[in-house]
Design a binder for this molecule. Structure first.
Ligand SMILES: [Zn+2]
Length: 147
């Protein structure tokens, strides 16, 4: 079944799109195929991880989804992102977003409301981004906080 990329928020559709993206991952080094689907403006923006032999240039699925959202003109304020991962043996496994992705997600508009949906292979769990990255570095840190 192909997920409808438009319509009301539905975690199952978001996970379905993320699973499709995991099929597109380029992960010759880790074997971890990750897919992400970002929900914003009643639309889904998807991404997959793209690994690089230099390792440091690898782009995670979550940031790929954010780039696709930005390339579409940054519509709306993303309210959810679904993340799935399949290991080299082909099994779905739980994969939390890395620190870099948490930081990028924290600067999306409305990120205080963003829910991160993690797929463990059988069901999804929703976690607030603020719980994954409390007291995040942000624009206020560039000038110094006075709180
Ligand atoms: Zn990441």
């Amino acid at each position: 079944m192909v997920a409808d990329p438009t319509g009301p928020f539905d975690p199952d559709s978001l996970f379905e799109m993320a699973r499709q993206q995991a099929d597109h991952a380029r992960a010759p080094y880790s074997g971890l195929h990750v897919g992400a689907a970002l929900w914003s403006d009643s639309r889904i923006f998807a991404g997959c991880n793209v690994e690089n032999a230099s390792y440091g240039l690898t782009i995670c699925a979550e940031r790929g989804a954010v780039m696709n959202w930005a390339a579409a003109g940054s519509p709306g304020a993303p309210s959810a992102i679904a993340i799935v991962a399949r290991n080299a043996r082909g099994n779905w496994v739980t994969a939390m977003p890395c620190g870099a992705c948490r930081q990028v997600l924290s600067e999306l508009p409305g990120s205080s409301e963003l829910q991160v949906w993690i797929w463990n292979g059988q069901e999804g769990e929703s976690i607030a981004l603020g719980e994954l990255l409390p007291r995040a570095f942000g624009p206020a840190d560039l000038t110094g906080r006075e709180d």
